[in-house]
Design a protein around this ligand. Structure first.
Ligand code: HEC
Length: 96
């Protein structure tokens, strides 16, 4: 197993111990609708990631995969309009 994967797994597991909706990571524009969406929809399994971890082109695939993760846990899927806000936020602050 690669070191990166181990670090990722540890951070995912550690994230699970945070109370839902809380994160130690500070998001850009923390009061914006997008950041609120991140705290609402991305904190159940791990701390919401920084938008800088992916490029604008990569984010749609990551969101798609996270929806699949929600499905696997029988969580309600993120609705279309909320997904649009999330993606807009992630792409606005994405890695260039
Ligand atoms: C139902 C649980 C769950 C939710 C909710 C969730 N994730 Fe994840 N996430 C995972 C798991 C499990 C992994 C590790 C496996 C993987 O990468 O698919 C992960 C890994 C990641 C990674 C690191 C891997 C990569 O491709 O860079 C990012 C970034 C990420 N999630 C972003 C998000 C965002 C953004 C949201 C909110 C829209 C979110 N996650 C919500 C379960 C979840």
């Amino acid at each position: 197993m690669s070191r990166l994967l181990i670090v990722l797994l540890i951070s995912v597991l550690a994230g699970c111990e945070l109370p839902q909706g809380e994160s130690k990571i500070s998001l850009p524009a923390p009061e914006s609708e997008g950041a609120q969406m991140m705290r609402k929809h991305c904190a159940a399994c791990h701390a919401p990631p920084s938008p800088l971890v992916h490029t604008a082109k990569e984010w749609p695939n990551v969101i798609y995969r996270m929806q699949e993760r929600r499905r696997m846990k029988a969580y309600e899927l993120i609705s279309g309009p909320e997904e649009t806000i999330l993606l807009g936020y992630l792409q606005k602050f994405a890695k260039s």
